[in-house]
Design a protein around this ligand. Structure first.
Ligand code: SF4
Length: 384
């Protein structure tokens, strides 16, 4: 299958009813368990090593009417929190046996409590990530947090998780991340051959299927993308930042490119691309996962790391990719993204790097305003 056909097929699945894929997997594997993972990052390896399927529960896109969840939250809260609850309230999360949230922000913390109260059949877990990355106790603290998670998942799966199980899972996810990284590199080096919409769809489908299956799919997509040899268009090269949790509608991603941008890097689906190098599989695997969070993970608005300014990472990314501008694409009412923007803006202005700030919501249907803003920004750069 060519890459165009692959992306069209997976896009349809994602836009239609993505959780059908999960229900189908479960029907084919009677007795198996599925654990939903709220963004941004989950140590999927622990779930996978228990023989369960970790799947991304990343909101509901723009095809779902929010009818029940609105009454459970204040109005000024990001869309993903409401749409995730709506999915539960209308019975779309029935194939899940568990769901895991993390200490990324107050709305996510509250959502975990709301889930616990409203869905007693679901095993709801909550991971407290470290707030102090410079302490000598951080690795031990996070490893203890992961060990609690592991024993809770052993209970859910009804079987023990050995170190060897975990090592195997670490190797599988290392390979998945390596291939996603390869896809991203190909787009960065020749964005005319692989669009951001394509890398996005090819990555996102992997949040819903077993990683082993995704690895095969990625290999096929990479081989197909290598066959392409398109002529570059007259577009500006940008880095996109700010969409690390809630995801923008596919039409918006497509619209940014059509308005004249080559996106050389982004922070979509960050939890599935969270580590810069492979996680070692030898030694204590739980400790390795904890150490990797501390020393090998990418920066993000929801990771509290004061060892190096996030804005420095963004500037480095712009320099390394060769981009000439930044598009900040932040979810409406996402506090971590808004806090980051204040820092990014100052750093970008200091470095003389132009940027455009845009906000999105899952339920966006009309993209004309965003598209016009991007076109104006692109023109101001092309004809400066
Ligand atoms: S989009 Fe932002 S505010 Fe909403 S849950 Fe995610 S990190 Fe929290």
């Amino acid at each position: 299958m060519g890459i165009h056909e692959m992306v069209a097929q997976y896009r349809e699945m994602l836009e239609d009813s993505p959780l059908n894929l999960v229900a189908e997997w479960k029907a084919k594997h009677p007795g198996s368990k599925v654990v939903g993972c709220y963004p941004v990052y989950t140590p999927f390896e622990i779930i996978h090593a228990a023989g369960m399927l970790p799947v991304g529960i990343i909101g509901a896109g723009n095809r779902l009417e929010i009818a029940h969840a609105d009454s459970r939250f204040q109005s000024f809260v990001c869309s993903i929190v409401k749409s995730t609850l709506e999915l539960g309230l209308i019975g779309n999360l029935e194939s899940l046996d568990g769901i895991v949230f993390h200490s990324i922000c107050d709305p996510a913390r509250n959502l975990a409590s709301v889930f616990k109260r409203n869905f007693p059949k679901l095993q709801v877990e909550y991971v407290h990530f470290p707030q102090n990355m410079a302490s000598p106790h951080t690795v031990n603290y996070l490893a203890a947090e992961y060990r609690t998670l592991k024993s809770n998942y052993e209970r859910l799966a009804g079987r023990p998780v050995t170190d060897d199980d975990l090592r195997k899972s670490i190797r599988v996810y290392n390979e998945q991340r390596k291939l996603i990284g390869q896809l991203y590199r190909m787009r960065r080096e020749a964005p005319q051959n692989l669009s951001t919409l394509e890398t996005y769809v090819l990555t996102r489908i992997g949040t819903l299927i077993p990683p082993e299956e995704h690895i095969g799919l990625l290999k096929e997509a990479i081989a197909a993308a290598k066959e392409r040899d398109e002529r570059p268009k007259d577009r500006i090269k940008v880095v996109l930042e700010g969409s690390f949790c809630e995801q923008p509608p596919l039409e918006l991603i497509e619209g940014l490119e059509a308005a004249g941008c080559y996106i050389l890097d982004d922070d979509f689906l960050l939890g599935w691309r969270f580590f810069k190098q492979d996680i070692p599989s030898e030694g204590d695997p739980v400790e390795n996962l904890a150490r990797a969070y501390l020393n090998q993970s990418v920066y993000s608005g929801v990771k509290h790391d004061t060892r190096e300014a996030k804005s420095k990472h963004l500037i480095d990314k712009v320099r390394e990719t060769g981009a000439s501008a930044v598009v900040i694409l932040a979810a409406k009412f996402c506090e971590p993204a808004l806090f980051d923007y204040a820092l990014y803006r100052r750093a970008l202005e200091k470095e003389g790097i132009p940027h455009l700030y845009l906000e999105f919501e899952e339920k966006m249907w009309i993209f004309d305003k965003a598209r016009t803003e991007v076109e104006t920004f692109v023109e101001s750069m092309l004809f400066d």
